[in-house]
Design a protein around this ligand. Structure first.
Ligand code: GDG
Length: 470
């Protein structure tokens, strides 16, 4: 989770929305300080800003490596994105991951009141509830998994799968992005962990009862519409348009991450220029790809691969007055992104696997309703469940993607408007604020779950598992 230091170009919509939710209610934001130190202090640095108290824990450097680059991003990230070839499992990393969660729980525990509710974010902290329960915390704890939850066939390759699901059962509410993810976890619970499932996603596992449900994350749609309207006619937008010299713009914005399908996207753009030569010199692709997790080896290899691909496409097709692919490894301010989104005729979001993908929703929100662009979206992004007005593509089919880009570039204004309206309706209905409120309300409302609670009589007998509806 982002720390309060994260500002400007790096602060994402999620960090901003959570800070807003906390500011409204008051509360405690607990996380890593971003610093490491041998023999770190056992107590976090605590300070207050408005209604929010921030508590930031410093970590031992080896623990931090084993936890972050090791187990979280070297094991869980590839696993949850179905990239078993990239998965590295080392017991020392797993132990470091657990140690960091235990350290966090020990630092957090003295700051908690018995009736506090705790909301834990993402795969870095799955064992946090177990550790807090072991220290005696009995209040509500919820967990939201921002990335996909893999199907049992994939999840079972993880040596620590059973321990992680036991950790999940220590929460009262486990939130996932899509129905597909919920089905994947429920199938594991019933078929592998011998748990029982009741309607509404209530799950029993050993002595625990908890709920698993779908909470598709959204964006701050109003803020994006506002930023995009403010960008109209701005100096930045004018400069961008002048640089395009009347050509269409296709835009991608992704952290430099192998889950985002960037090589496939570049290859599809190259294929478009090859198989539809009439498109040459008429469309420019801009890929914003800020570096991320540069300490993990796989990310360094991806960076080299993309540099080669971009160089090859530009070397093959560039003209003295046209560079087909603009590839930028740096972050931009949100207002600049809004201007780029609004100018772009195509938003190209083609992850191989993605929990949701907020860029897809931001692109939709930033469009000019009178002349909207088209979203080209991977079927493997969680956002594809909601954004049915998009041109849905399979990122593994490079030629199919090239054809989809070609037909999206030819779309009539009428079709663009129809597709955009369908998408915009979803983006404005299911915002990040609604997502926060719904999760917190549901977590506050869950009743009777927790350690030692027997399944209620009205629930199905534990022996025969049934699939819950969500
Ligand atoms: C994880 C899951 C899930 C990107 N470049 C710049 C910039 N960004 C912002 C985007 C967007 C955010 O970062 C990226 O969000 P995504 O959802 O696309 O992807 P992940 O970072 O992988 O997020 C994902 C998400 O959690 C939330 O649950 O949707 O599936 O993987 O907001 O705009 N922001 C600025 N400058 C940049 O250059 N300001």
């Amino acid at each position: 989770m982002a720390s309060p230091k994260e500002r400007g170009a790096k602060a994402g919509g999620l960090a901003v929305a959570l800070r807003e939710a906390l500011n409204k209610r008051g509360g405690l934001w607990f996380g890593w300080s971003g610093e490491t130190q041998v023999d770190p202090p056992s107590e976090p640095k605590v300070f207050r800003s408005g209604k929010v108290t921030y508590a930031l824990q410093t970590l031992d450097p080896e623990d931090q490596r084993a936890h972050y680059a090791g187990y979280a991003n070297g094991t869980l990230w590839p696993l949850c994105h179905y990239r078993l070839g990239l998965l590295n499992f080392r017991r020392t990393d797993w132990e470091g991951y657990r140690r960091v969660n235990a350290t966090f729980a020990r630092a957090l525990m003295p700051l908690l009141k018995p009736d506090d509710i705790v909301w834990v974010h993402d795969y870095h902290f799955i064992p946090l509830a177990s550790e807090l329960r072991a220290l005696g915390f009995e209040g509500r704890i919820g967990y939201f998994h921002h990335i996909p939850f893999p199907t049992p066939e994939v999840f079972l390759t993880l040596p620590s799968h059973a321990a992680l699901v036991r950790d999940l059962s220590r929460y009262d509410l486990v939130g996932l992005q899509t129905e597909h993810d919920v089905r994947a976890l429920l199938t594991y619970v019933s078929s592998e962990a011998r748990g029982w499932i009741a309607p509404g996603g209530v799950v029993g596992l050993r002595d625990r009862r908890f709920r698993i449900a779908t909470y598709p994350i959204g964006i701050d749609a109003d803020a994006f519409v506002h930023d995009a309207e403010a960008a109209a006619g701005s100096e930045e937008e004018e400069r961008l348009k002048a640089s395009l010299a009347g050509r269409a713009l296709a835009v991608g914005v992704d952290r430099l991450d192998y889950s985002k399908g960037l090589p496939n996207k570049f290859a599809a753009f190259g294929e478009l220029l090859k198989s539809h030569p009439e498109r040459r010199s008429t469309v420019t692709m801009m890929q914003v790809a800020p570096l991320s997790r540069s300490e993990v080896t796989e990310y360094q290899a991806l960076r080299r691969e993309l540099e080669e691909l971009a160089g090859a496409i530009n070397g093959e097709y560039a003209e003295f007055d046209w560079v087909p692919l603009r590839y930028l490894n740096r972050p931009f301010q949100r207002a600049t992104l809004a201007a780029i989104y609004r100018t772009a005729r195509l938003g190209v979001v083609t992850p191989l696997r993605d929990g949701m993908n907020l860029v897809a929703k931001e692109y939709v929100a930033a469009q000019n309703p009178e002349d909207p662009g088209v979203l080209v979206l991977s079927r493997f992004a969680g956002a594809a469940d909601e954004l049915s007005g998009s041109v849905i593509v399979n990122p593994y089919d490079v030629e199919g993607m090239a054809d989809a880009l070609n037909s999206a570039l030819s779309m009539t204004l009428g079709e663009r408007k129809d597709r955009w309206r369908a998408n915009m309706e979803k983006v404005t209905r299911n915002t990040i604020h609604r997502w926060c409120e719904t999760f917190i309300t549901d977590l506050s409302g869950v009743d009777g779950y927790g350690a030692g609670v027997e399944p209620a009589r009205s629930l199905p007998a534990p022996k025969k598992a049934t699939r819950g509806r969500n």
